[in-house]
Design a protein around this ligand. Structure first.
Ligand code: G3P
Ligand code: CA
Length: 318
């Protein structure tokens, strides 16, 4: 497949893998190049190269590109003052030093019958969040970093790789008056990225676990490939293929062990591509001791089209 026809179908670009974690941050940034070869199996960096750098930060995104990511994932949430930011959790304590910076601003929640402190992201402004250090895996390799706005992530990634933004879900956002799908759509439009092929060097696949929220993106004028994520708790993933077809989703994203050959063949027969999650060292499927071999099995035996991994450098190209 040549570059033009491939970009027409999805607009994916990628690059050569590197051996990490031995590179320094300076080496990484100095060697990033936008002219990247095209691949037919798509490597999505899960929260960036999150095995090596603080997840959902600019260093993790840049390292993912250096390691050859075709698409770089951002999980999206919203601050108190209505800014889209890149963070997986709806609270700040797991990935930042908020307990040191705002020790008294916690709420309490019950987890497993125990009261724990939590610092919800929608209770903090962007200016407050920028005072926090994101990530604990700096190890001297990465500069001190902060939670990026989505706009900062777009500015850093576009032209070098594609984007795979996930709309995260929190009922409070609606109560606070935020229309998240409109905010996402407005940001894409402002950046000239709201239509497929708008920037051939920046392909985009939108993703969400909730199909109604992707349909809301369409209502907001977005025309981009959509990945419908399915929880590992879903019982009838084969049935979801029919739903995905009916709703005209181009991609389906099951939990990886649901991406059997039977599932992938059925999805392909329905014209739907398969992008399971998440391939990482600590969470290998039963029977696999080697992450690269696990990814190769799903890609080349079962026939998936793409996958999410924390370790882009381990992605087995053929
Ligand atoms: O978006 C794909 C995968 O990231 C879904 O799981 O919880 O890591 O966002 P999660
Ligand atoms: Ca995600």
């Amino acid at each position: 497949m040549n570059r033009r026809s491939f970009l027409k179908s999805l607009s994916i670009a990628g690059g050569a893998a590197a051996v990490l974690p031995s590179d320094t941050w300076a080496t990484i940034t100095a060697t990033m190049k936008p002219d990247r070869p095209v691949h037919n199996k798509i490597l999505v960096a899960h929260r960036g190269a999150s095995s090596y750098a603080p997840e959902n930060t600019i260093p993790a995104y840049m390292l993912a590109i250096k390691q050859g990511a075709d698409l770089v994932e951002q999980d999206l949430n919203i601050t108190k003052d209505g800014i889209l930011v890149c963070i997986h959790d709806v609270s700040l304590e797991a990935t930042t030093n908020i307990e040191d910076v705002f020790p008294d601003r916690f709420e309490e929640k019950t987890v497993g019958g125990k009261m724990v402190k939590t610092w919800p992201i929608h209770k903090f402004t962007m200016a407050e969040i920028k005072q926090l250090k994101a990530g604990s895996r700096t190890d001297g390799q990465f500069p001190a970093t902060t939670i990026p706005t989505w706009q900062e992530a777009i500015d850093a990634i576009r032209g070098k790789a594609g984007l795979c933004p996930e709309i995260k879900s929190l009922p409070e956002y609606k109560k606070l008056g935020f229309d998240m799908e409109k905010m996402v759509a407005d940001t894409l439009r402002k950046n000239g990225l709201d239509k497929r092929g708008a920037d051939p060097n920046t392909p985009i696949v939108m993703q969400c676990f909730h199909h109604d929220r992707m349909l809301a993106l369409r209502k907001n004028g977005i025309d981009l490939p959509e990945l419908w994520l399915r929880s590992k708790r879903v019982k009838d993933v084969m049935g979801d293929i029919k739903t995905a077809k009916k709703l005209k989703f181009e991609w389906i994203g099951p939990y990886k062990t649901d991406a059997t050959k039977e599932f992938v063949d059925a999805a392909h027969a329905a014209g739907i591509k398969v992008m399971p999650y998440t391939f990482r060292p600590a969470d290998k499927a039963e029977g696999f001791t080697d992450l690269r071999a696990e990814m190769a099995h799903y890609l080349y035996d079962n026939g998936i089209d793409a996958l999410f991994t924390d370790n882009p450098d381990m992605f087995p190209r053929r």
